[in-house]
Design a binder for this molecule. Structure first.
Ligand SMILES: Nc1ncnc2c1ncn2[C@@H]1O[C@H](COP(=O)(O)OP(=O)(O)OP(=O)(O)O)[C@@H](O)[C@H]1O
Length: 917
């Protein structure tokens, strides 16, 4: 009678389940157990719970066990094998979770038919056996999800935030089971089963898509909240630099100390390593190589990295670094999403700013992380206090690891070797980059560069070799110097020019000399007007308050103050930045223009090519004059948008004040520039003043700074403007209308409204392209000055609106199906009231705690259950060891009080009433 043609479908489902198990579980925990053993295990658990007085009513498992036992028998008959049926039993010592699990098993049990009564049907209509395989898939799917859930290291902490979502997944599976039972009970025909299978597939796809969508929404909210700097752009940029020199940095990978730190499988302590060297030795490029190598490891650990950057607020402090690592942790551990999302909703902040919360999230994410490599580069580029915070936090993370798992986290600190670093990294194992270490890499680098020169200037092989070794031997391990020398040599257009540069009295042997040679060449080759432009551009890059995008630079350049309009066509730079400034600048893949190295900034300032105080005042004037143009006084127009009139608006609106504050620190020697600034400010305040009701108290520090303007008629308004604007820039909440001194926020809003209208109307692709060239991408931006997305924006209005909603109503309802979840509430108190009114807490596990009588009956029935033959193979997931017993009150609950209670239907969310005691 046995028919093994159904076996492959069962095998496939089982194999699928096995594949989802962790290796250790496949080998150890996924063992075959008899049905009696399973029952004994449950009985033992119940006895133990009884002794601890933490008993859950395990009787609820009975229908499930009964159905599964019969299921095993039926399948054995039809597949001629008792090896196929696998049950998994998931238990937990965490009372709340265990109660929820029992609930789920109870629902499953209720929805499984008693299979033996349909044995004849399965014989008479073999196609109905197909339904058994579908049920089998469902049961395994439930267990696969449940197992994965309970195997997360910190699932208990995640339970409140995550169980609801899992429960909704289980309810989908359980309703499938109910529909399967229906098919059996109604003796469905083959075509009905097939139709059902198809509808189930569609329904599963729909459910999966819905889950993906929900998670996408949550991810967006969390990433928006984390506001993390994009380190992938950095990594890409540094990897690209290495790409032309395969094998570069190999010396580090072969270094024995490094190998000890790196070794994945046979870790040799130390887990904390400090890589240091002289400025420009190539440390950052090596750090990017280490990131790449870690990414090749198998099994892949969590890979975390950060490149610090001098005076860039999104890259020079602990908070920025932490946000980035949190975003990276989340990307590599999707299990964190629901927890982060809950924290994001509870925080009431549109961007993660609270140090305590940052610490909590980092600690949590690392506790949930089994193995991580952390690479932190350029710590010397952060201010002293921030540097200390970073080092202390990560030293503690690694040093406090239990001795049983010292290799769980490894951290590589990369920085210059200065006094501060020596103190911060005292006691750590270190690798100092010596001249002989990167010599081979530098030789190779010089060889490739010389080869390029050979083609351009038609040099002999011998000459090329001599030049390559001259450069390589003179730079003493400083990669940056080699790079600058080659920039200079490659820019020569004749052999004579080249020979001149190689003369000992001209050839640079230190970094500033190399920069100087580049400046000499720029000046030699450019007209005075061009030199002026180059110096202006370099001045902007030195003083910019954040990285400037090329389109913003073009917008600033296009400002025509004489004729009071923006003249992109005739005033923008017509040559690429590299042609203007040689390789003193680099354009990044995200469109930002950067100086080639921090030392270039110091050089430009030290050698007087850029005068920061004067440059700051000029930039303040430029921003203010720009905002005084008629285009910002008249209503914005579509023509103005297309003309690029507002291309630098975002930068000017936020940073005019920062340039002013930096400029007024040193007014001596810059009196005429200051006078010009004063004139511009007077017009500025006159044009944009909103007559706010509030009067701000001006601190002595602020009024001292504004000393230069003291006697001017608009001084008081200027003071108020400064304090009000500062608040707008730094306060993360909503600034009240009557506290805002200037109408800039309104102007921005009007301009963006017109820009969005233009974008939403049908448009020639060439025009669209031109708009992107002038304004960049992600043009749907947040109106709040203090928000990162004021400048970086979103690709669509919807995404921006959701983000803005989080500013305005940052406390969403915890029930994802409630409209309050989407719209949120303005305060935590308002949300709590809503939760109390609309979502009163449902029956708790406590109310279901069984009485002594229940316990007695339950144990009796366990023993009385007939000792069935072990026809089924059973997989037992061992329950976790119980924590220490706690002092639980010993009185049993009274059952006298009877009341009507509302219950929500597991499947359709309908509210039903039932008497409970
Ligand atoms: N292995 C390499 N191959 C090619 N170019 C390199 C390599 N290493 C460094 N460079 C070049 O030298 C420049 C300086 O290197 P890098 O920024 O890594 O130095 P650093 O030691 O980190 O400097 P700092 O101490 O100032 O942070 C890089 O911009 C890159 O162009």
């Amino acid at each position: 009678m046995a028919n093994s043609s159904h076996a492959p479908a069962f095998e496939r489902a089982l194999e699928e389940f096995r594949k989802g198990l962790k290796k250790r579980d496949q080998e150890e925990n996924f063992k075959k157990t008899t049905f009696d053993e399973l029952k004994k295990c449950i009985g033992d658990l119940q006895t133990k719970q009884h002794s601890l007085r933490r008993l859950q009513n395990l009787n609820r498992l009975k229908p499930f066990l009964e159905a599964m036992e019969q299921y095993g028998k039926v399948v054995t008959i039809f597949c001629n094998s008792n090896d196929l049926v696998a049950f998994v039993w998931v238990a937990s010592s965490y009372a709340e979770a265990f109660g929820e699990l029992l609930d789920t098993y109870e629902h499953i049990g209720e929805n499984l038919p008693l299979f033996l009564q349909y044995e004849n049907l399965f014989h008479a209509q073999p196609h109905t056996v197909r339904v058994l395989t579908l049920m089998y898939e469902d049961i395994l799917k439930f267990h696969r999800i449940a197992l994965r859930y309970f195997q997360q290291p910190l699932w208990k902490q995640l339970f409140d935030a995550t169980w609801k979502t899992y429960k909704s997944r289980f309810s989908g599976i359980i309703s499938n089971m109910a529909r399967h039972r229906n098919l059996i009970e109604s003796q469905a025909s083959l075509s009905q089963i097939e139709a059902f299978q198809e509808s189930r597939r569609i329904e599963d796809d729909r459910f999966d898509a819905q889950m993906r969508n929900e998670n996408l929404g949550r991810s967006r909210a969390v990433y928006g909240w984390l506001k993390a700097a994009n380190v992938d752009t950095d990594q890409y940029h540094f990897s690209k630099i290495r790409a032309d020199y395969p094998g570069t940095g190999k010396w580090l990978l072969d270094n024995s100390t490094f190998k000890d730190w790196f070794n994945h499988q046979f870790p040799m302590i130390p887990p904390l390593l400090w890589l240091n060297g002289i400025p420009g030795a190539g440390k950052t490029i090596l750090a990017s190589l280490v990131v790449e190598e870690v990414r090749k490891l198998k099994p892949l650990p969590t890979v975390l990295f950060f490149y610090c950057k001098h005076k860039k607020s999104e890259r020079d402090n602990f908070l920025a670094l932490a946000r980035s690592l949190l975003a990276q942790l989340l990307k590599q551990d999707k299990g964190l999403l629901l927890y982060f999302y809950q924290k994001c909703c509870d925080s009431g902040e549109a961007a993660l700013d609270s140090p305590a919360l940052v610490d909590e999230l980092l600690t949590f994410a690392f506790q949930n992380c089994k193995s991580a490599y952390i690479i932190l580069d350029g710590l010397d580029e952060c201010a002293r206090e921030e540097r200390k915070k970073i080092v202390q936090w990560f030293r503690r993370l690694v040093e406090d690891l239990p001795t049983s798992e010292p290799e769980r986290f490894r951290c590589l600190f990369v920085s210059q070797d200065d006094g501060v670093a020596r103190k911060d990294f005292s006691g750590l194992t270190s690798i100092k980059i010596r001249i002989e270490d990167n010599k081979h890499d530098i030789d190779e680098y010089c060889r490739v560069k010389a080869e390029n020169l050979k083609g351009e200037l038609k040099l002999t092989e011998e000459k090329v070799n001599t030049i390559a070794s001259t450069v390589a031997n003179s730079i003493e391990g400083m990669f940056l110097l080699a790079k600058l020398i080659w920039i200079n040599l490659s820019g020569q257009t004749s052999i004579r020019g080249l020979e001149e540069e190689l003369k000992p009295q001209v050839f640079p042997t230190e970094i500033n000399k190399a920069y100087e040679r580049i400046m000499v060449r720029i000046k030699q080759q450019a007209s005075p007007a061009r030199i002026e432009e180059v110096l202006t551009l370099l001045g902007w890059l030195v003083c910019a308050k954040r990285s400037l995008k090329w389109h913003e630079i073009q917008g600033l350049k296009a400002i025509n103050l004489d004729e009071q309009f923006v003249d992109h066509e005739r005033q923008k730079f017509l040559v690429a930045p590299k042609d203007l400034c040689e390789s003193l600048v680099e354009i990044r893949s995200d469109g930002t223009l950067e100086l080639v190295h921090l030392t270039a900034k110091f050089f430009l300032v030290d050698q007087g090519h850029v005068d920061p105080p004067a440059q700051e005042i000029k930039l303040a004037s430029l921003c203010v004059d720009y905002l005084n143009l008629p285009v910002f006084v008249d209503r914005p127009t579509g023509r103005g948008i297309l003309n690029g009139d507002y291309a630098s608006m975002d930068y000017a609106v936020l940073y005019w004040i920062r340039h002013l504050e930096a400029g007024v620190l040193q007014t001596d020697g810059n009196e005429s520039l200051m006078k010009e600034l004063a004139e511009s400010l007077e017009i500025f305040i006159d044009q944009h003043w909103t007559s706010p009701n509030a009067t701000f108290i001006v601190s002595k520090r602020n009024s001292d700074r504004l000393q230069f303007f003291k006697d001017l008629p608009f001084y008081e308004k200027l003071e108020q403007t400064i304090v009000s604007t500062r608040k707008q820039l730094t306060f993360f909440g909503k600034v009240k209308k009557d506290e805002i001194a200037l109408d800039l926020a309104d102007i921005v809003s009007n301009v963006r409204e017109v820009l969005e209208q233009v974008l939403s109307s049908p448009m020639d692709p060439a025009i669209q392209n031109d708009i992107e060239l002038k304004y960049g991408n992600n043009l749907f931006r947040c109106p709040r000055f203090s928000c990162q997305f004021f400048s970086t924006g979103f690709p669509s209005a919807d995404e921006r609106d959701i983000h803005v909603g989080k500013h305005d109503r940052p406390f969403p309802c915890a029930e994802e199906t409630c409209p309050g979840y989407i719209f949120g509430f303005t305060s935590a108190a308002e949300r709590e009231k809503h939760m109390r009114d609309m979502h009163p807490i449902s029956v708790t596990q406590d109310q279901e705690f069984p009485t002594d009588q229940d316990i007695h009956q339950s144990l009796q029935s366990q023993q009385a259950t007939e000792s069935a033959q072990a026809t089924a193979s059973v997989v037992v997931q061992k329950p976790e060891p119980d924590p220490e017993p706690q002092n639980i009150p010993t009185q049993s609950r009274s059952r006298q009080e009877q009341m009507r209670k509302e219950f929500k239907c597991y499947y359709c969310s309908k509210i039903l009433q039932k008497d409970i005691t």
